[in-house]
Design a protein around this ligand. Structure first.
Ligand code: FHN
Length: 446
């Protein structure tokens, strides 16, 4: 089972990698070239960077089959077959309060949820077509509305994932790299798909759910050479909600009109996944997404969960690389989040209640990340995150400011240090049994 799952992930990654490379050349042609972010947008970017940790949610009718969000494509189902799926989707256990409360308990400050994935199925009340949760499922309600209201109540920012790629709509034509014969006609009006269908749905998402954090785009890599009408689309978003952030997961150099640079399953600048760009913007906020097990959408056979300590390390690494971490869970078709996800998130939240000062509101520190760990910084403090170091002394490169004190974050005990032109030598307290990250707070002299 595990081998099948891994090979599916690899196949998907390969499709995405090939397509994103080809997109590179044409990429600046279609963006919002005269884009000047408004003061609200710049403020939203700043707040986004401060939040550091978000909950990614992949949830759609595909969850019924318990085989991930690519099941339509992976099993080469026809549109007629897939059309039967919504009738089985009745998430009677969905409770927006439980989901938002879990995000908060995990120390997450925002949620990014699939408003529709590549199957094109709208998980919200859309008037643009009836291919949506209200009209096609026995549930008949709009979970995004409930989630938006609850998120606003609990002070959590809500972002909508929106797949530009569509395996269902006939107007998504010519079809792209993920094409298979699923029964759609060999003709269609791509401009109508973009300007009427997609823009119509984006307009709904940006007007019916109160202030939202932004739109998280995915799927452009399916048709690298197409004109995606980005200028119009991005301009509409910024016109409807100037503070809404455009976050594109196209894995390439950012284009004008985009507000955040996204990385998938990799830290900024790394490309272990095989499809990320090594270019890292020094202007835009950065976000790296990953998933708590191996799948994005619910997969009943996937029990390859990351440990809470692993998640904590990834969060620290992301913060040290000046990035947010968007961590995914795939809720079940009945609307519940499985205990395997929930317990791990609670543990991470408990850790953050002790170590959060060294994460939230910080930016990447002045010392380059190394095998030993990373640094973050905020105000007159540098947080040295020692993730992987067993010797008692740690030699850091020179920093311009004078260090006034060094203390362990966890119990405020003083840590010995010396500073000279060659750098800072820190005596690192021995790691406690349960300590993922030893954080030494260096306070700079005024
Ligand atoms: O194909 C999708 C995948 O299903 C998932 O949504 C991830 C999340 O980053 N993005 C895609 C590929 O880039």
């Amino acid at each position: 089972m595990k081998m099948i799952r891994q090979s599916r992930i690899t196949n998907c990654a390969r499709v995405v990698a090939v397509a994103t490379c080809a997109m590179f050349a044409a990429h600046n042609l279609f963006a919002q070239s005269d884009y000047q972010p408004t003061p609200e947008n710049l403020q939203a970017r700043h707040e986004f960077q401060d939040m550091k940790f978000g909950m990614f949610i992949h949830w759609g009718v595909y969850s019924v089959l318990g085989d991930g969000e690519w099941v339509f494509h992976n099993r080469k189902l026809t549109v007629d077959e897939y059309n039967r799926l919504p009738a089985f989707f009745d998430p009677e256990k969905f409770d927006a309060k439980t989901w938002v409360s879990l995000a908060r308990a995990a120390g997450m400050k925002y949620i990014t949820i699939t408003s529709r994935h590549h199957d094109g199925f709208a998980m919200f009340d859309s008037k643009v077509s009836d291919w949506n949760i209200v009209q096609r499922t026995p549930y008949r309600k709009d979970p995004l509305k409930m989630l938006a209201e609850e998120a606003h109540r609990q002070g959590i920012k809500l972002f909508f994932y929106y797949s530009q790629l569509d395996w269902h709509n006939p107007d998504y034509y010519p079809r792209g790299a993920t094409d298979w014969k699923n029964g759609r006609p060999d003709h269609g009006d791509f401009s109508a798909y973009l300007d009427n269908y997609m823009v119509g749905q984006l307009r709904e998402l940006l007007t019916n759910y109160g202030p939202i954090g932004g739109i998280w785009f995915d799927g452009m890599w399916d048709k690298p050479d197409a004109d995606w009408h980005l200028a119009k689309t991005y301009a509409l978003i910024h016109q409807l909600q100037p503070a809404a952030l455009v976050i594109p997961n196209h894995h390439q150099t950012p284009r004008p009109g985009e507000d955040v640079q996204a990385f998938e399953r990799d830290l900024p600048g790394k490309n272990t996944a095989g499809f990320n760009t090594e270019y890292v913007s020094n202007q835009l906020p950065l976000e790296s997404c990953d998933t708590l097990n191996d799948n994005w959408g619910f997969n009943i056979g996937d029990s390859h969960y990351k440990s809470p300590e692993d998640v904590e390390r990834r969060l620290v690494q992301a913060a040290g690389n000046n990035s947010n971490l968007l961590l995914n869970i795939g809720p079940m078709p009945n609307g519940e989040i499985s205990p395997e996800f929930a317990t791990r998130l609670h543990t991470v939240g408990e850790w953050l209640s002790r170590y959060g000062d060294s994460i939230y509101g910080t930016r990447g520190g002045p010392i380059a990340p190394g095998d030993w760990g990373v640094t973050t910084q905020k105000d007159n403090k540098i947080y040295v995150h020692v993730l992987n170091w067993s010797a008692p002394l740690l030699a850091l490169p020179p920093i311009t400011a004078k260090v006034a004190s060094a203390r362990a974050l966890v119990d405020n005990t003083a840590a010995e240090f010396t500073q000279n032109a060659n750098g800072v030598i820190l005596k690192v307290p021995a790691a406690r049994a349960d300590e993922t990250d030893r954080v030494i707070v260096l306070t700079m002299a005024k």
